[in-house]
Design a protein around this ligand. Structure first.
Ligand code: SF4
Ligand code: SF4
Ligand code: SF4
Length: 194
């Protein structure tokens, strides 16, 4: 019997989602229709998504998911894209205008640069997710072939994505603290006798 969330309860469903997530490539590319690998894994565990929606994982990932969940293999759903060879982003520095719009979409902080400076991609960090391409106003980012990823690549992608989320959370907390301090100072000023 397939170990789906409905038959194992909430805790069992979470465990299954974790096991599913561990089989996904962790590029966080969103091509499955979910905002990342973990939400897609949870949707599969809940029976809301099919196992053939991840183009970066392709047939190998579908086979692994089918084996885990006791389902039959089915080909990649073309509505989500096609399986393609590994690639990494490359920035044409002659054309880059330093607008920095490619920085925030990168889920693993693989682009280095600052506003008004040329940007470059750290190829060994890039997951090939292509999320930096659409925001570039001058189309100076292209995908280039990359070596086949090692077996530990998904774990490394995940680690870098978690670090990225951690940095975002820290920045948001800092902003909240700054905002609270500004509000407190404004309130103190307006309460002070004139
Ligand atoms: S790598 Fe696969 S599971 Fe992860 S976000 Fe991309 S399509 Fe979805
Ligand atoms: S550099 Fe571009 S393609 Fe590479 S991980 Fe970052 S957003 Fe994805
Ligand atoms: S979005 Fe394009 S032009 Fe802007 S910094 Fe990134 S690579 Fe350069």
């Amino acid at each position: 019997m397939s170990p789906d969330a409905a038959s194992t309860g909430v805790e069992g469903g979470a465990r299954i989602a974790e096991r599913i997530d561990s089989l996904l490539p962790q590029t966080q590319c969103t091509r499955c229709g979910y905002p990342g690998c973990s939400p897609y894994a949870s949707a599969i565990a809940r029976g809301e998504a099919d196992i053939n929606q991840c183009p970066p994982g392709g047939a190998a990932t579908i086979r692994a998911l089918a084996a885990l969940l006791g389902r039959k293999f089915k080909p990649l759903n073309p509505a989500h894209g096609v399986e393609s060879p590994p690639s990494v982003a490359w920035i044409d520095e002659q054309r880059c205008i330093g607008c920095a719009r490619c920085l925030s979409p990168c889920p693993v902080d693989a682009i280095v640069g600052a506003p008004k400076f040329l940007h470059t991609v750290l190829a060994d960090r890039c997951t090939g997710c292509e999320l930096c391409l659409p925001p570039c106003p001058v189309d100076c980012i292209e995908m280039r072939p990359a070596p086949a990823p090692g077996a530990d690549q998904p774990a490394r992608n995940r680690e870098r994505y978690d670090a990225h989320l951690g940095r975002l959370q820290k920045r948001a907390q800092e902003r909240q603290r700054e905002l609270a301090a500004l509000k407190a100072s404004a309130a103190a000023r307006s309460a002070a006798p004139s």
